[in-house]
Design a protein. Structure first.
Length: 545
DNA sequence: TCTAACACTTC
DNA sequence: CGAAGTGTTAG
Protein backbone atom coordinates (compact mmCIF):
# COMPACT_ATOMS: atom_id res chain seq x y z
CA UNK A 1 0.00 0.00 0.00
CA UNK A 2 1.67 2.90 1.12
CA UNK A 3 4.81 1.57 0.22
CA UNK A 4 4.24 1.73 -3.27
CA UNK A 5 3.89 5.26 -3.42
CA UNK A 6 6.38 6.00 -1.07
CA UNK A 7 8.86 3.93 -2.50
CA UNK A 8 8.63 5.51 -5.68
CA UNK A 9 8.98 8.79 -4.32
CA UNK A 10 11.70 8.15 -2.22
CA UNK A 11 13.90 6.18 -4.11
CA UNK A 12 16.26 8.70 -4.93
CA UNK A 13 16.69 9.87 -1.60
CA UNK A 14 17.14 6.66 -0.22
CA UNK A 15 19.99 5.86 -2.13
CA UNK A 16 21.60 8.92 -1.20
CA UNK A 17 21.07 8.40 2.26
CA UNK A 18 22.40 5.13 2.22
CA UNK A 19 25.53 5.92 0.83
CA UNK A 20 26.34 8.54 2.98
CA UNK A 21 25.16 6.94 5.90
CA UNK A 22 26.87 3.90 5.48
CA UNK A 23 29.96 5.30 4.99
CA UNK A 24 30.11 7.24 7.88
CA UNK A 25 27.98 5.88 10.22
CA UNK A 26 28.04 2.65 11.04
CA UNK A 27 26.58 0.55 8.79
CA UNK A 28 23.99 -1.01 10.28
CA UNK A 29 24.65 -2.09 13.47
CA UNK A 30 21.39 -1.81 14.24
CA UNK A 31 21.28 -5.17 14.57
CA UNK A 32 22.09 -5.40 17.98
CA UNK A 33 18.94 -4.25 18.61
CA UNK A 34 17.47 -6.66 16.74
CA UNK A 35 15.77 -8.16 19.28
CA UNK A 36 12.82 -7.88 17.48
CA UNK A 37 14.17 -7.71 14.28
CA UNK A 38 16.19 -10.61 14.39
CA UNK A 39 13.49 -12.83 13.85
CA UNK A 40 12.61 -11.30 10.81
CA UNK A 41 13.91 -12.17 7.63
CA UNK A 42 14.42 -9.13 6.11
CA UNK A 43 14.97 -10.47 3.02
CA UNK A 44 12.95 -8.73 0.67
CA UNK A 45 13.26 -5.31 1.15
CA UNK A 46 16.33 -3.77 0.25
CA UNK A 47 17.83 -3.40 3.45
CA UNK A 48 15.71 -2.82 6.10
CA UNK A 49 18.11 -1.08 8.06
CA UNK A 50 16.88 1.90 9.73
CA UNK A 51 18.80 3.94 7.31
CA UNK A 52 16.66 2.93 4.50
CA UNK A 53 13.44 3.98 5.96
CA UNK A 54 11.71 6.49 3.84
CA UNK A 55 9.58 9.18 5.16
CA UNK A 56 7.30 11.43 3.21
CA UNK A 57 5.75 14.53 4.63
CA UNK A 58 2.00 14.48 4.39
CA UNK A 59 0.36 17.51 2.88
CA UNK A 60 3.58 18.85 1.79
CA UNK A 61 1.91 21.23 -0.56
CA UNK A 62 0.06 22.82 2.25
CA UNK A 63 3.19 23.11 4.28
CA UNK A 64 4.85 24.73 1.34
CA UNK A 65 2.15 27.28 1.05
CA UNK A 66 2.65 28.26 4.59
CA UNK A 67 6.37 28.15 4.25
CA UNK A 68 6.32 30.45 1.33
CA UNK A 69 4.66 33.03 3.38
CA UNK A 70 6.60 32.31 6.50
CA UNK A 71 4.87 29.78 8.72
CA UNK A 72 3.82 30.91 12.16
CA UNK A 73 2.67 28.64 14.93
CA UNK A 74 0.79 29.95 17.90
CA UNK A 75 2.15 28.99 21.25
CA UNK A 76 0.03 29.40 24.36
CA UNK A 77 0.33 28.65 27.97
CA UNK A 78 -2.12 25.82 27.72
CA UNK A 79 -0.49 24.40 24.62
CA UNK A 80 -1.54 24.82 21.02
CA UNK A 81 -1.50 22.28 18.24
CA UNK A 82 0.43 22.96 15.11
CA UNK A 83 -1.35 23.59 11.88
CA UNK A 84 -0.62 22.22 9.47
CA UNK A 85 -0.15 19.22 11.64
CA UNK A 86 2.91 17.09 11.27
CA UNK A 87 1.99 13.84 9.57
CA UNK A 88 4.19 11.50 7.65
CA UNK A 89 3.99 8.42 5.58
CA UNK A 90 6.68 5.93 6.36
CA UNK A 91 7.87 3.12 4.15
CA UNK A 92 10.67 0.66 3.98
CA UNK A 93 10.61 -0.27 7.56
CA UNK A 94 11.08 -3.84 8.53
CA UNK A 95 7.48 -4.84 9.12
CA UNK A 96 8.28 -6.87 12.12
CA UNK A 97 10.74 -4.65 13.81
CA UNK A 98 9.44 -2.33 16.46
CA UNK A 99 10.16 1.32 16.23
CA UNK A 100 9.52 4.35 18.28
CA UNK A 101 8.67 7.50 16.39
CA UNK A 102 9.10 10.83 17.98
CA UNK A 103 9.30 14.46 17.07
CA UNK A 104 11.33 17.21 18.59
CA UNK A 105 11.55 20.83 17.60
CA UNK A 106 14.88 22.51 17.61
CA UNK A 107 15.92 26.08 17.02
CA UNK A 108 16.45 26.72 13.37
CA UNK A 109 18.92 29.45 13.99
CA UNK A 110 20.19 31.63 16.71
CA UNK A 111 18.03 34.65 16.19
CA UNK A 112 15.08 36.29 17.69
CA UNK A 113 12.65 37.72 15.17
CA UNK A 114 10.41 40.63 14.87
CA UNK A 115 7.66 41.21 12.36
CA UNK A 116 8.12 44.65 10.99
CA UNK A 117 6.93 46.20 7.94
CA UNK A 118 5.12 43.12 7.03
CA UNK A 119 8.27 41.12 7.10
CA UNK A 120 10.17 39.01 9.50
CA UNK A 121 13.39 40.54 10.56
CA UNK A 122 16.06 39.48 12.88
CA UNK A 123 15.68 41.24 16.12
CA UNK A 124 18.56 40.01 18.08
CA UNK A 125 19.97 36.95 19.50
CA UNK A 126 17.84 34.02 20.42
CA UNK A 127 17.10 33.26 23.96
CA UNK A 128 18.74 30.25 25.28
CA UNK A 129 16.89 27.26 24.19
CA UNK A 130 15.09 25.42 26.74
CA UNK A 131 15.68 21.92 27.30
CA UNK A 132 13.96 20.38 24.45
CA UNK A 133 11.14 18.05 24.91
CA UNK A 134 10.30 15.23 22.68
CA UNK A 135 6.90 14.15 21.59
CA UNK A 136 6.76 10.42 21.26
CA UNK A 137 4.06 9.17 19.03
CA UNK A 138 1.36 7.53 21.08
CA UNK A 139 1.58 4.32 19.18
CA UNK A 140 5.16 3.80 20.03
CA UNK A 141 6.55 1.34 20.10
CA UNK A 142 4.91 -0.36 17.19
CA UNK A 143 6.01 -2.56 14.36
CA UNK A 144 7.11 -1.36 11.04
CA UNK A 145 3.97 -2.83 9.61
CA UNK A 146 1.93 -0.72 11.90
CA UNK A 147 3.69 2.49 11.06
CA UNK A 148 3.59 1.81 7.38
CA UNK A 149 -0.02 0.96 7.40
CA UNK A 150 -1.24 4.44 7.51
CA UNK A 151 -0.24 7.97 8.00
CA UNK A 152 1.62 8.63 11.17
CA UNK A 153 0.18 11.73 12.71
CA UNK A 154 1.67 13.96 15.30
CA UNK A 155 -1.28 16.25 15.33
CA UNK A 156 -1.76 16.06 19.01
CA UNK A 157 1.59 17.52 19.64
CA UNK A 158 1.21 20.86 21.37
CA UNK A 159 3.45 23.85 21.64
CA UNK A 160 3.67 26.08 24.66
CA UNK A 161 5.54 29.11 25.77
CA UNK A 162 5.19 28.14 29.39
CA UNK A 163 8.59 27.21 30.52
CA UNK A 164 7.09 25.49 33.47
CA UNK A 165 4.66 23.52 31.44
CA UNK A 166 3.51 20.52 33.36
CA UNK A 167 1.74 18.84 30.57
CA UNK A 168 4.65 17.64 28.61
CA UNK A 169 4.08 19.96 25.71
CA UNK A 170 6.98 21.14 23.68
CA UNK A 171 8.28 24.38 25.09
CA UNK A 172 9.36 27.11 22.72
CA UNK A 173 10.27 30.75 22.93
CA UNK A 174 8.07 33.19 21.09
CA UNK A 175 9.39 34.94 18.03
CA UNK A 176 12.03 32.35 17.38
CA UNK A 177 12.36 30.10 14.41
CA UNK A 178 12.16 26.38 14.85
CA UNK A 179 12.53 23.20 12.88
CA UNK A 180 10.53 20.10 13.71
CA UNK A 181 12.36 16.82 13.26
CA UNK A 182 11.20 13.25 13.14
CA UNK A 183 13.29 10.57 14.78
CA UNK A 184 12.78 6.91 14.17
CA UNK A 185 14.30 4.74 16.82
CA UNK A 186 14.50 1.04 16.81
CA UNK A 187 12.91 -0.28 19.94
CA UNK A 188 14.82 -2.72 21.94
CA UNK A 189 13.59 -5.75 23.56
CA UNK A 190 11.80 -4.01 26.15
CA UNK A 191 10.13 -1.94 23.63
CA UNK A 192 12.10 0.93 24.63
CA UNK A 193 15.11 2.39 23.32
CA UNK A 194 18.05 3.33 25.02
CA UNK A 195 20.15 0.51 24.74
CA UNK A 196 23.48 1.10 23.78
CA UNK A 197 23.24 0.15 20.34
CA UNK A 198 20.07 1.69 19.60
CA UNK A 199 19.83 2.64 16.01
CA UNK A 200 17.89 5.60 14.89
CA UNK A 201 17.68 8.09 12.16
CA UNK A 202 16.34 11.58 11.87
CA UNK A 203 14.35 13.18 9.09
CA UNK A 204 13.92 16.87 8.62
CA UNK A 205 11.49 18.57 6.29
CA UNK A 206 12.47 22.11 5.83
CA UNK A 207 9.10 23.22 4.82
CA UNK A 208 7.89 22.57 8.31
CA UNK A 209 10.08 25.24 9.86
CA UNK A 210 8.12 27.99 11.56
CA UNK A 211 8.34 30.99 13.78
CA UNK A 212 6.56 30.70 17.09
CA UNK A 213 4.23 33.56 18.00
CA UNK A 214 1.68 34.32 20.65
CA UNK A 215 -0.55 35.92 18.07
CA UNK A 216 -0.30 35.88 14.32
CA UNK A 217 1.85 38.51 12.78
CA UNK A 218 1.39 37.98 9.08
CA UNK A 219 -2.19 38.12 8.05
CA UNK A 220 -1.47 35.88 5.17
CA UNK A 221 -0.75 33.16 7.61
CA UNK A 222 -3.92 33.87 9.50
CA UNK A 223 -5.76 33.56 6.31
CA UNK A 224 -4.17 30.28 5.40
CA UNK A 225 -4.98 28.90 8.80
CA UNK A 226 -8.58 29.96 8.56
CA UNK A 227 -8.98 28.54 5.17
CA UNK A 228 -7.37 25.27 5.87
CA UNK A 229 -7.97 24.43 9.51
CA UNK A 230 -11.42 23.00 10.05
CA UNK A 231 -11.62 24.40 13.51
CA UNK A 232 -11.24 27.88 12.17
CA UNK A 233 -14.04 27.46 9.78
CA UNK A 234 -16.11 29.88 11.70
CA UNK A 235 -13.86 32.65 10.58
CA UNK A 236 -14.14 31.92 6.93
CA UNK A 237 -15.93 34.58 5.10
CA UNK A 238 -18.76 33.54 3.13
CA UNK A 239 -17.60 33.53 -0.19
CA UNK A 240 -19.01 36.18 -1.99
CA UNK A 241 -19.96 38.81 0.12
CA UNK A 242 -17.89 37.79 2.77
CA UNK A 243 -20.55 38.86 4.98
CA UNK A 244 -20.26 37.44 8.23
CA UNK A 245 -22.13 38.28 11.24
CA UNK A 246 -20.05 39.53 13.90
CA UNK A 247 -21.39 37.70 16.70
CA UNK A 248 -18.51 38.01 18.80
CA UNK A 249 -19.31 41.45 19.33
CA UNK A 250 -22.81 40.66 19.79
CA UNK A 251 -23.61 42.66 16.90
CA UNK A 252 -25.60 41.37 14.21
CA UNK A 253 -24.53 43.29 11.32
CA UNK A 254 -22.72 41.73 8.56
CA UNK A 255 -19.22 42.56 8.29
CA UNK A 256 -16.49 42.33 5.95
CA UNK A 257 -14.41 39.59 6.95
CA UNK A 258 -12.27 40.57 9.68
CA UNK A 259 -9.38 39.16 8.08
CA UNK A 260 -9.63 41.39 5.25
CA UNK A 261 -10.04 44.36 7.29
CA UNK A 262 -7.29 43.40 9.35
CA UNK A 263 -5.04 42.94 6.57
CA UNK A 264 -5.66 46.29 5.30
CA UNK A 265 -5.06 47.84 8.54
CA UNK A 266 -2.03 45.99 9.02
CA UNK A 267 -0.60 46.82 5.84
CA UNK A 268 -1.04 50.34 6.26
CA UNK A 269 0.29 50.05 9.56
CA UNK A 270 3.21 48.27 8.65
CA UNK A 271 4.36 50.85 6.46
CA UNK A 272 4.45 53.22 9.17
CA UNK A 273 5.87 51.00 11.53
CA UNK A 274 8.30 49.38 9.53
CA UNK A 275 11.07 51.25 10.41
CA UNK A 276 11.99 50.01 13.63
CA UNK A 277 13.68 47.42 12.30
CA UNK A 278 15.38 44.92 13.47
CA UNK A 279 18.03 45.98 15.27
CA UNK A 280 16.47 45.74 18.33
CA UNK A 281 17.13 43.09 20.38
CA UNK A 282 14.34 43.27 22.06
CA UNK A 283 15.42 43.62 25.14
CA UNK A 284 16.21 40.64 26.10
CA UNK A 285 19.38 40.73 25.82
CA UNK A 286 19.81 38.35 27.98
CA UNK A 287 22.95 37.58 27.69
CA UNK A 288 23.08 34.87 25.70
CA UNK A 289 26.44 34.88 25.54
CA UNK A 290 26.93 31.80 26.74
CA UNK A 291 24.81 30.00 24.82
CA UNK A 292 25.26 29.80 21.46
CA UNK A 293 24.19 27.47 19.13
CA UNK A 294 26.52 27.85 16.75
CA UNK A 295 26.13 29.81 14.06
CA UNK A 296 25.58 27.44 11.70
CA UNK A 297 22.66 25.80 12.44
CA UNK A 298 22.17 23.32 10.12
CA UNK A 299 18.73 23.54 9.98
CA UNK A 300 17.73 26.20 8.20
CA UNK A 301 15.55 26.15 5.68
CA UNK A 302 17.27 26.67 3.40
CA UNK A 303 17.27 25.98 0.25
CA UNK A 304 19.07 28.47 -1.20
CA UNK A 305 17.21 28.08 -4.10
CA UNK A 306 14.03 28.16 -2.72
CA UNK A 307 12.72 31.44 -2.79
CA UNK A 308 10.29 30.71 -0.35
CA UNK A 309 12.38 30.03 2.25
CA UNK A 310 13.38 33.36 2.35
CA UNK A 311 10.66 34.55 4.21
CA UNK A 312 12.45 33.99 7.23
CA UNK A 313 15.27 36.17 6.92
CA UNK A 314 18.27 34.90 7.78
CA UNK A 315 17.77 31.83 8.72
CA UNK A 316 19.99 29.70 8.05
CA UNK A 317 22.12 28.15 6.06
CA UNK A 318 21.16 25.94 3.75
CA UNK A 319 22.71 23.11 4.72
CA UNK A 320 21.46 20.50 6.64
CA UNK A 321 23.02 17.74 7.97
CA UNK A 322 22.17 14.58 6.79
CA UNK A 323 22.67 11.51 8.34
CA UNK A 324 21.71 8.69 10.17
CA UNK A 325 23.34 7.21 12.93
CA UNK A 326 23.50 4.42 14.92
CA UNK A 327 24.78 4.42 18.14
CA UNK A 328 27.06 2.25 19.19
CA UNK A 329 27.74 1.87 22.48
CA UNK A 330 28.57 4.72 24.14
CA UNK A 331 28.67 7.92 23.17
CA UNK A 332 30.92 7.96 20.57
CA UNK A 333 28.63 8.23 18.00
CA UNK A 334 28.19 11.67 18.50
CA UNK A 335 31.29 12.35 17.11
CA UNK A 336 30.58 10.54 14.16
CA UNK A 337 27.73 12.51 13.61
CA UNK A 338 29.56 15.52 13.60
CA UNK A 339 31.64 14.72 10.96
CA UNK A 340 29.32 13.59 8.72
CA UNK A 341 27.16 16.16 8.33
CA UNK A 342 27.18 17.53 5.13
CA UNK A 343 25.02 19.67 3.44
CA UNK A 344 22.37 18.50 1.75
CA UNK A 345 20.80 21.33 1.02
CA UNK A 346 19.89 20.85 -2.15
CA UNK A 347 17.47 18.60 -1.98
CA UNK A 348 15.45 20.60 -0.61
CA UNK A 349 12.91 20.70 0.76
CA UNK A 350 10.85 18.36 0.55
CA UNK A 351 12.28 15.68 1.64
CA UNK A 352 13.71 14.99 4.55
CA UNK A 353 17.11 14.90 5.38
CA UNK A 354 18.69 12.56 7.49
CA UNK A 355 20.37 13.99 10.33
CA UNK A 356 22.69 12.96 12.63
CA UNK A 357 21.70 12.47 15.80
CA UNK A 358 22.52 15.49 17.09
CA UNK A 359 20.03 17.97 16.69
CA UNK A 360 20.65 20.66 14.72
CA UNK A 361 21.77 23.01 16.98
CA UNK A 362 23.57 20.40 18.32
CA UNK A 363 25.39 19.93 15.45
CA UNK A 364 26.60 23.13 15.89
CA UNK A 365 27.63 22.24 19.13
CA UNK A 366 29.48 19.59 17.80
CA UNK A 367 31.48 21.80 16.06
CA UNK A 368 32.17 23.68 19.00
CA UNK A 369 34.72 22.78 21.20
CA UNK A 370 32.30 22.22 23.69
CA UNK A 371 30.75 19.72 21.90
CA UNK A 372 32.80 17.12 22.84
CA UNK A 373 32.33 17.53 26.28
CA UNK A 374 28.93 18.35 26.32
CA UNK A 375 27.76 15.74 24.48
CA UNK A 376 27.88 13.43 26.96
CA UNK A 377 25.07 14.18 28.64
CA UNK A 378 22.49 14.27 26.32
CA UNK A 379 19.57 12.92 27.54
CA UNK A 380 16.11 13.03 26.97
CA UNK A 381 13.24 12.89 29.07
CA UNK A 382 9.88 12.18 28.36
CA UNK A 383 6.85 13.40 29.55
CA UNK A 384 3.66 11.91 29.04
CA UNK A 385 1.49 14.20 27.70
CA UNK A 386 -1.62 14.60 29.22
CA UNK A 387 -3.82 14.49 26.53
CA UNK A 388 -2.86 11.83 24.87
CA UNK A 389 -4.35 9.46 26.36
CA UNK A 390 -7.59 9.79 26.17
CA UNK A 391 -9.49 8.82 23.54
CA UNK A 392 -8.54 11.22 21.32
CA UNK A 393 -5.27 10.07 21.13
CA UNK A 394 -6.12 7.17 19.46
CA UNK A 395 -8.11 8.73 17.11
CA UNK A 396 -6.05 11.17 15.98
CA UNK A 397 -3.62 9.99 14.27
CA UNK A 398 -3.75 7.01 13.23
CA UNK A 399 -4.89 5.46 15.56
CA UNK A 400 -3.92 2.81 16.57
CA UNK A 401 -5.01 0.40 18.34
CA UNK A 402 -2.27 -0.62 19.96
CA UNK A 403 -2.30 1.83 22.18
CA UNK A 404 0.47 1.67 23.81
CA UNK A 405 1.76 4.54 24.87
CA UNK A 406 0.04 7.49 24.72
CA UNK A 407 1.82 10.41 24.37
CA UNK A 408 5.00 10.85 25.69
CA UNK A 409 7.20 13.64 25.66
CA UNK A 410 10.77 13.56 26.01
CA UNK A 411 12.92 16.29 26.83
CA UNK A 412 16.14 16.80 25.37
CA UNK A 413 18.56 18.93 26.83
CA UNK A 414 19.76 21.79 25.18
CA UNK A 415 23.00 22.91 24.83
CA UNK A 416 24.21 25.53 26.85
CA UNK A 417 27.68 25.55 26.23
CA UNK A 418 28.64 27.31 29.11
CA UNK A 419 27.73 25.17 31.61
CA UNK A 420 28.70 22.32 30.00
CA UNK A 421 31.93 23.55 29.82
CA UNK A 422 32.23 24.01 33.26
CA UNK A 423 31.98 20.61 33.60
CA UNK A 424 29.20 20.59 35.59
CA UNK A 425 27.52 17.71 34.86
CA UNK A 426 24.25 18.16 34.16
CA UNK A 427 23.30 15.09 34.96
CA UNK A 428 20.17 15.99 35.93
CA UNK A 429 18.71 15.84 32.81
CA UNK A 430 20.45 13.14 31.88
CA UNK A 431 18.91 11.23 34.11
CA UNK A 432 15.86 11.66 32.53
CA UNK A 433 16.85 10.32 29.58
CA UNK A 434 18.29 7.70 30.76
CA UNK A 435 17.67 4.60 30.29
CA UNK A 436 14.92 4.89 29.16
CA UNK A 437 14.13 2.35 27.40
CA UNK A 438 13.96 0.38 29.90
CA UNK A 439 12.35 2.23 31.98
CA UNK A 440 9.85 3.47 30.35
CA UNK A 441 7.75 4.93 31.88
CA UNK A 442 5.30 5.13 33.44
CA UNK A 443 2.70 6.82 33.72
CA UNK A 444 0.13 6.82 35.86
CA UNK A 445 -1.63 4.68 33.95
CA UNK A 446 -0.37 1.51 33.64
CA UNK A 447 -1.38 1.23 30.41
CA UNK A 448 1.68 1.48 28.83
CA UNK A 449 3.17 -1.31 27.40
CA UNK A 450 6.38 -0.22 28.22
CA UNK A 451 7.68 -0.81 31.25
CA UNK A 452 6.40 0.94 33.83
CA UNK A 453 8.93 1.87 35.92
CA UNK A 454 8.45 4.48 37.79
CA UNK A 455 5.80 6.07 37.69
CA UNK A 456 4.78 8.74 36.77
CA UNK A 457 5.96 11.43 37.67
CA UNK A 458 5.20 13.73 35.61
CA UNK A 459 7.50 15.57 35.33
CA UNK A 460 10.14 14.53 34.23
CA UNK A 461 12.10 17.23 34.21
CA UNK A 462 10.92 20.29 34.24
CA UNK A 463 12.22 22.61 32.13
CA UNK A 464 10.73 25.24 33.73
CA UNK A 465 12.23 24.81 36.80
CA UNK A 466 15.30 24.71 35.25
CA UNK A 467 15.01 27.79 33.67
CA UNK A 468 13.90 29.75 36.30
CA UNK A 469 15.63 28.42 39.03
CA UNK A 470 18.63 27.69 37.49
CA UNK A 471 18.85 29.47 34.59
CA UNK A 472 21.97 28.53 34.02
CA UNK A 473 22.14 25.25 34.39
CA UNK A 474 20.66 23.84 31.82
CA UNK A 475 21.37 20.59 31.56
CA UNK A 476 23.65 19.55 29.62
CA UNK A 477 23.68 21.41 27.22
CA UNK A 478 25.54 20.45 24.89
CA UNK A 479 25.18 17.37 24.14
CA UNK A 480 22.31 16.26 25.16
CA UNK A 481 20.53 18.56 23.81
CA UNK A 482 21.18 17.69 20.90
CA UNK A 483 20.80 14.50 20.65
CA UNK A 484 17.70 13.88 20.33
CA UNK A 485 17.45 11.72 22.31
CA UNK A 486 17.47 8.76 22.08
CA UNK A 487 19.92 7.38 20.67
CA UNK A 488 22.05 7.53 22.78
CA UNK A 489 24.68 8.70 23.27
CA UNK A 490 25.57 10.03 26.17
CA UNK A 491 28.61 9.68 27.26
CA UNK A 492 28.71 8.81 30.04
CA UNK A 493 30.76 10.62 31.49
CA UNK A 494 29.22 10.72 34.04
CA UNK A 495 26.18 11.11 34.52
CA UNK A 496 24.24 8.45 34.41
CA UNK A 497 21.65 9.16 35.85
CA UNK A 498 18.72 8.56 35.86
CA UNK A 499 16.36 9.67 37.43
CA UNK A 500 13.76 8.59 38.50
CA UNK A 501 11.22 9.88 39.49
CA UNK A 502 9.36 10.48 42.17
CA UNK A 503 6.01 10.49 41.66
CA UNK A 504 5.24 13.63 42.44
CA UNK A 505 7.98 15.44 41.82
CA UNK A 506 8.97 16.08 38.63
CA UNK A 507 12.00 14.93 38.00
CA UNK A 508 14.45 16.95 39.08
CA UNK A 509 17.57 16.58 37.84
CA UNK A 510 19.93 16.50 40.20
CA UNK A 511 20.11 19.86 40.95
CA UNK A 512 17.16 20.63 41.87
CA UNK A 513 15.02 22.24 40.09
CA UNK A 514 12.68 22.58 42.34
CA UNK A 515 9.76 23.50 41.84
CA UNK A 516 7.78 21.99 39.64
CA UNK A 517 4.55 22.97 40.13
CA UNK A 518 3.04 20.50 38.81
CA UNK A 519 2.87 17.74 40.03
CA UNK A 520 0.58 15.41 39.74
CA UNK A 521 -2.07 17.37 39.88
CA UNK A 522 -1.57 18.72 36.93
CA UNK A 523 -3.30 17.32 34.86
CA UNK A 524 -2.72 14.40 34.48
CA UNK A 525 -5.80 13.53 34.10
CA UNK A 526 -5.27 11.23 31.87
CA UNK A 527 -2.75 9.19 31.62
CA UNK A 528 0.36 10.57 31.14
CA UNK A 529 2.84 8.47 30.31
CA UNK A 530 6.24 9.10 30.81
CA UNK A 531 9.10 7.50 29.53
CA UNK A 532 12.48 7.94 30.39
CA UNK A 533 14.98 7.34 28.16
CA UNK A 534 18.37 6.88 28.31
CA UNK A 535 20.56 7.32 25.79
CA UNK A 536 22.68 4.90 25.26
CA UNK A 537 25.13 5.68 27.17
CA UNK A 538 26.70 3.65 29.11
CA UNK A 539 25.02 1.87 31.09
CA UNK A 540 23.18 3.86 32.68
CA UNK A 541 20.29 2.43 32.93
CA UNK A 542 18.81 3.92 35.49
CA UNK A 543 19.95 3.72 38.35
CA UNK A 544 17.40 3.86 40.14
CA UNK A 545 17.95 4.18 42.99
C1' DT B 1 3.81 41.06 23.94
C1' DC B 2 1.00 38.16 26.05
C1' DT B 3 -3.29 36.37 28.26
C1' DA B 4 -7.97 35.02 29.01
C1' DA B 5 -12.64 34.96 27.69
C1' DC B 6 -15.40 34.33 23.68
C1' DA B 7 -18.23 32.28 19.90
C1' DC B 8 -17.85 28.97 16.70
C1' DT B 9 -16.21 24.77 14.93
C1' DT B 10 -14.86 19.76 14.77
C1' DC B 11 -14.87 15.38 16.68
C1' DC C 1 -23.93 16.49 23.77
C1' DG C 2 -19.78 17.70 25.59
C1' DA C 3 -14.82 18.12 25.05
C1' DA C 4 -11.57 20.32 22.66
C1' DG C 5 -9.35 23.17 18.83
C1' DT C 6 -9.83 27.91 16.27
C1' DG C 7 -8.85 33.01 15.63
C1' DT C 8 -10.65 37.15 17.70
C1' DT C 9 -10.90 40.62 20.95
C1' DA C 10 -10.12 43.30 24.94
C1' DG C 11 -7.26 44.03 28.59
Amino acid sequence: MLQEKASAVTDERVSRVQNSVETDLLPHQSQLGLSTASAIPSSNEPEQSIDNIKVILHERELWKKFNEVGTEMIITKAGRRMFPSYKVKVTRMNPKTKYILLVDIVPADEHRYKFCDNKWMVAGKAEPAMPGRLYVHPDSPATGAHWMRQLVSFQKLKLTNNHLDPFGHIILNSMHKYQPRLHIVKADENNAFGSKNTAYCTHVFHETAFISVTSYQNHKITQLKIENNPFAKGFRGSEEGDLRVSRLQGKEYPVISKNMVRQRLISSHSHLAGKLGAGVLAGHSQVLSSYQYEAGFPLSNSDPQDPMTNHFPQSRDPSLLYHCFKHRDNGRHLELGCKRSYLETSSTGTEEHYFRTAPSYESSLLSHPYCAEGITSREACMYGSVETESGSAAGDTDDLANSPINCNMWATVQPYPRYSMEGIPYQPFTAHFTSAATHTAVVPHPSTPMVPRSQADLGVYNPASVQRDLPVIHPSSSSSSCAPVVPGSRDRSGHPSLYHKKPESPLRPHRDFSAYPTQGSISIRDPLCQYQVELSSAGTHWTDS
